[in-house]
Design a protein around this ligand. Sequence first.
Ligand SMILES: [Cu+2]
Length: 353
Amino acid sequence: MSDQKGTDSKGFDRSRRTFLRASALGVAGTALAACAPDDQEARRPETTEGEGVHDHDRTAPESDEPWREMDRSHREGVEAFPAETEGVPMQPLEPRLVDGVKEFELTCGRRDWEVEPGRITEAWCYNGQMPGPVIRVTEGDRLRVIVHNDLHQSTAVHWHHQHVPNEMDGVPFITQPPIEPGQSFTYEFTADPYGSHMYHSHYNAAEQVTKGLLGPLIVDPLDPSVEPEYDDEWIIVLNDAAHGYTINGKGFPATQPKVVRRGTRLRIRFMNEGLMVHPMHLHGMPMHVFAKDGRPLPQPFESDTLNIVPGERWDAMVDCSALGTWVFHCHILSHAEGPHGMFGMVTALVVEE
Ligand SMILES: [Cu+2]
């Protein structure tokens, strides 16, 4: 990163762009490439020039030694990151404003989902996304969410931690009839309290939620001064059953990094929609944890590894002061790295000049 030769106005090294695949996250890839050790980069195949791949290691007589094969598969995973895959999670969902009510529409359905390059699973989605779209409102807003069920099973939607009227709580046979296949149901409530929240199925949940019927519900406070100021945010949704260990519906190397400028105050919103605990560990910079389940902590604390239990949300602030590509992963290591390299719950925070 210290070599400024050949950099453009954004500070990226143009000569290294050629190592990138065309990708919506080319910026992140550039940052990653720029942080790769030079010897590793020198061996990287020149993807834009066609056939010419010259890689000493792969053709050397000793290339069948097990440790070389292990190094090769580790390196390939890192070089593929961030991999482009089919299926984009967590797009912002725009409401219609109807007589002062913010009206959203969610359709439950099944689709093929590329968790990692070439690994396709069947996801059960809201609006074709896993996790589902980001519903974002302000504390005190009136919401109406019309849910259509195009699944082959009944379903219902629970608004996790929202103070809803009982009949809006989304639990079949307790607060409402199930939303049968082909039917719709309309939820209506006032957004309260503020914070990082979630919505998810509350019917056959071990299957429906882990297959993808979940999404972030962000309620911004009416008075922003009740939360710390931040420049950028990163929602991290963890899941661990039907599709393997995933961050925002993807496993490494298809997880997406967060790329920020040095000095950014980055808010991370952790959510666990899986069946297991996941201690998330950020390299390089501490996390200042200031809220649990959307509520401010009486005593914020500093952490490098934050345990996220199923159903929990945690909010942490990172002062992105340290340049580089910092790995960010679950520290139950069998969720993150094995003999073939990193997989599952691994991503990166990339801090650029
Ligand atoms: Cu984990």
